[in-house]
Design a protein around this ligand. Structure first.
Ligand code: FAD
Ligand code: SF4
Ligand code: SF4
Ligand code: SF4
Ligand code: SF4
Ligand code: SF4
Ligand code: SF4
Length: 704
């Protein structure tokens, strides 16, 4: 609820004058500021109706009349849609006609239209940074729609505060930096591969960094893909081969990003190439081993005595300590798992003249410079054993959807024969439990919808109907979300094929210890009665969550995440591939659950966005840099370690130490400015006098 006015307009005017005096005195005395303040501020205020979005909750006329009384205000106007062409023209014309020195637009969030109004300000002949936005829509009209009087009062406050700052704004000039003509994509699932291919095809040298020994991500673990039922590997392997061969792609598997420094156009990235224990032909050649390096013959695997579960097969098939995940891996190079290797040396002997194996190999670090980067680090399944009531990991025949994909896949652990893990018998009655751990507000699971599990569960139902004569799939669902192209039709098709649908959440599952059969307990909400049905096997459509390393990786690149850990886009609608770190983009499921078509589309979007600065060759950095007022700097150096972006350094100048800012590295976070004991740091666009004027305008100028 907005605080309501209780006192008279006259007292407001008195206080406003105080604020004006404060603002004017600030304007006259930032003696040590690096740039001169406005001499005679003439501010233009433009108030937007946004149709009824703002005007429905705020009395625009009252705000306009109030704005006209504020100090330094030389022009006030209002318009239905300020961001429209005529709305912008009004700003341009007023600047020219009235000789305005600062502009305030009271409208929506600056995240939406600050660039629009900066351009209008510039078109009118003013420096574009002499513009300030008062958010009276998202932060006011929309949240106080039932309190018109209060919202109007709050809008007046917002305008007054913005005017106080606009009176002190200075000309600022963005810094142009050259952009390295190289990009990086982190994560080589279908999203990363697509993004890398697009960048490479646009002529951009691209590093594709994958932490596991092979590319392809989750899609390479799938059998068929909904709704077209294409074989996943068949549509993915051509892309994998293209990635492996593309001259513009430097594919680095078994590699992680270790550190990131720099900024858009000039990211200095250190990569950690994990010790693979096996040389590629190129690496062997570099070591003078003629005709050597791994050719994928597999002889070493045959002799290796150490057996481990293969994570690619969800642990349902073994692998050796020297291994490849599956026969179609790209690159076809073996990898040693040094955690389980006993260094018996048998593989070295079997490799013979190829001399590909180096049991003493150590991690290596490589530094690269790139202009832009795309994060495509994908997802993991939520550890569904946390939902103890469904018995995963307790009951043999309760499996996850990814385990099901491997069990039904011809290249999987059972050669594509769906069998029960407990006894290898083909199941006749299979339950699919949807929303397993998704849409779950118990605090154990995830509150969001995992988005592709309805569709892949329909696919799974189809696959067993196709493969096992007489089988009956039962689908326990809350809603079926068949949102994509041809998805609803696919849903009807599976209904026609005989799958049974029970609308209701599964409460718990019990196992018969002798037969290993399972009893599923649920509520049938359509018939309004509890149900209890016996099955041979249960498949949990487990929720998805950000992949293990997402948090570390995002921090390296300075990217934010949502409460659930998904990487956060700059704007969910208008900039879905960008992030708030200039030059860093997102592709695929690391941003939130997406099926393959949406993943590929987002990767193409990210590649396009990441290529723009590279093709332009130069980018402008917003000039919100820290500036050192050297005469005030005591050279204490305390600020240097505080800067999260290593933008500060102490330098010798005229026989004393002073702090120096590398503007291209400075993100304008303000940490140093807030800390400096001597007040020696001037934050451009957020300078102390400007902030103080805003605070004074708020505290002294209100209509209390
Ligand atoms: P991922 O496939 O997860 O790839 C991410 C890659 O990044 C991985 O290779 C990973 O190793 C790598 N990586 C992670 N962290 C790092 C790091 N820090 N550094 C370097 N590399 C890193 N969609 C459909 O459209 N149709 C279907 O039929 C279908 N069936 C599905 C069935 C199941 C059981 C599941 C779980 C999903 C299914 N999907 C389906 C969804 C599909 O799997 C995803 O849309 C797709 O895999 C997303 O690709 P991605 O590249 O974003 O992520
Ligand atoms: Fe709506 Fe913002 Fe445009 Fe005004 S400027 S019409 S508030 S979107
Ligand atoms: Fe590669 Fe040597 Fe093993 Fe053959 S024996 S797969 S060349 S490491
Ligand atoms: Fe296997 Fe290690 Fe022995 Fe090689 S040295 S055969 S990888 S256990
Ligand atoms: Fe539940 Fe379907 Fe959403 Fe998955 S996609 S969480 S099964 S509603
Ligand atoms: Fe100079 Fe202030 Fe930094 Fe100390 S903290 S070096 S006084 S800018
Ligand atoms: Fe570093 Fe200061 Fe710039 Fe923040 S404002 S990035 S602390 S120099």
């Amino acid at each position: 609820m907005v605080e309501k006015k209780t006192k008279k307009e006259t007292s407001a005017k008195k206080e406003t004058k105080k604020a004006a005096a404060a603002a004017t005195s600030q304007a006259a005395s930032p003696a040590a500021s690096p740039a001169a303040p406005q001499k005679q501020a003439k501010v233009g205020v433009f108030i937007c109706h946004c149709g009824t979005n703002i005007a429905g909750s705020i009395d625009i006329k009252a705000v306009q009349e109030y704005a006209a009384t504020l100090p330094n205000v030389a022009h006030v106007d209002n318009y239905q849609y300020q961001c429209s062409t005529p709305g912008q023209k009004k700003i341009e014309d007023a600047i020219k006609e009235k000789g305005l020195t600062g502009i305030v637009v009271a409208a929506c969030s600056p995240r939406l239209h600050e660039p629009t109004f900066r351009t209008a300000t510039k078109e009118g002949g003013l420096n574009p940074f002499r513009f300030e936005m008062a958010n009276i829509r998202e932060q006011n009209a929309w949240v106080h729609m039932h309190d018109r009087e209060g919202a109007t009062s709050k809008a007046k406050d917002a305008v007054r505060i913005a005017v106080a700052k606009a009176s002190l704004l200075q000309d600022l000039f963005p810094k142009a930096v050259k952009v390295e003509k190289t990009a990086m994509v982190v994560g080589a699932g279908v999203a990363g591969m697509q993004a890398a291919l697009d960048l490479a095809n646009a002529g951009i040298k691209t590093y594709l960094i994958e932490k596991s020994p092979t590319i392809g991500g989750r899609m390479s673990q799938l059998d068929k893909t909904f709704p077209t039922l294409d074989c996943s590997q068949c549509i993915l392997t051509p892309k994998m081969v293209d990635v492996g061969r593309a001259p513009n792609i430097n594919l680095m598997t078994y590699t992680e990003v270790d550190s990131v420094e720099g900024f858009i156009g000039n990211f200095d990235i250190t990569l950690r190439k994990k010790a693979r224990g096996v040389l590629t032909p190129k690496e062997a050649e570099a070591k003078g081993i003629v005709g050597g390096g791994c050719n994928g013959c597999g002889d070493c695997e045959g002799v290796c005595p150490v057996v481990q579960p293969n994570p690619f097969e969800m642990g349902m098939k073994p692998r050796k300590a020297i291994y490849i995940y599956h026969p179609q891996v790209v690159p076809l190079i073996y990898t040693i798992d040094f955690e389980s290797c006993i260094k018996c040396g048998l593989c070295v002997t079997s490799c013979g003249d190829k001399k590909a194996i180096d049991l003493e190999m150590k991690d290596e670090f490589e530094k690269v410079k790139v202009g832009t980067a795309i994060l495509a680090v994908g997802f993991d399944l939520f550890p569904i054993e946390k939902k103890e009531e469904w018995g995963y990991k307790k009951f043999d025949n309760v499996v996850t959807s990814l385990e099901f994909e491997r069990l039904i896949c011809a290249s999987g652990p059972t050669g594509g024969h769906l069998v029960r893990p407990s006894d290898g018998v083909t199941p006749k009655k299979v339950a699919f439990v949807l929303c397993a751990g998704s849409r779950d507000n118990t605090g154990v699971g995830k509150p969001y919808c995992s988005r592709f599990c309805c569709m892949y569960s329909l696919k799974h139902a189809h696959q067993i109907i196709e493969k096992i004569p007489g089988v009956i799939p039962y689908i326990f669902y809350m809603d079926i979300r068949s949102f994509g192209k041809a998805y609803e039709e696919f849903y009807y098709r599976i209904q026609d094929e005989g799958a049974k649908f029970i609308r209701g959440r599964v409460s718990h599952i019990l196992e018969n210890p002798e037969t290993k059969n399972l009893t599923v307990f649920a509520d049938d909400t359509l018939l309004d009665r509890p149900v209890q049905i016996d099955f041979d096997m249960v498949v949990l459509a487990a929720a998805v969550q950000p992949s293990e390393d997402t948090n570390r990786t995002r921090k390296l690149f300075g990217v934010s995440c949502s409460m659930d850990g998904w990487l956060l886009e700059a704007h969910p609608k208008l900039n879905p591939c960008g992030t708030t770190t200039a030059g860093v983009f997102l592709a695929g499921v690391c941003q939130g659950p997406k099926d393959i078509p949406d993943t590929v589309a987002s990767a193409e979007g990210a590649a396009s966005a990441a290529s723009i600065p590279i093709h332009k060759g130069e980018v402008e950095l917003e000039p919100y840099f820290a500036q050192c007022m050297e005469e005030k700097c005591a050279g204490c150096g305390l600020c240097v370690n505080l800067c999260p972006y290593t933008a500060l350094a102490l330098v010798e100048k005229e026989g004393r130490k002073v702090m120096q800012v590398t503007e291209a590295k400075c993100k304008g976070c303000g940490t140093c400015g807030g800390f400096c004991p001597g007040g020696a740091i001037w934050m451009q666009h957020f300078a102390t006098p400007q902030i103080m004027a805003q605070i004074d305008a708020f505290l002294l100028g209100g209509e209390q």
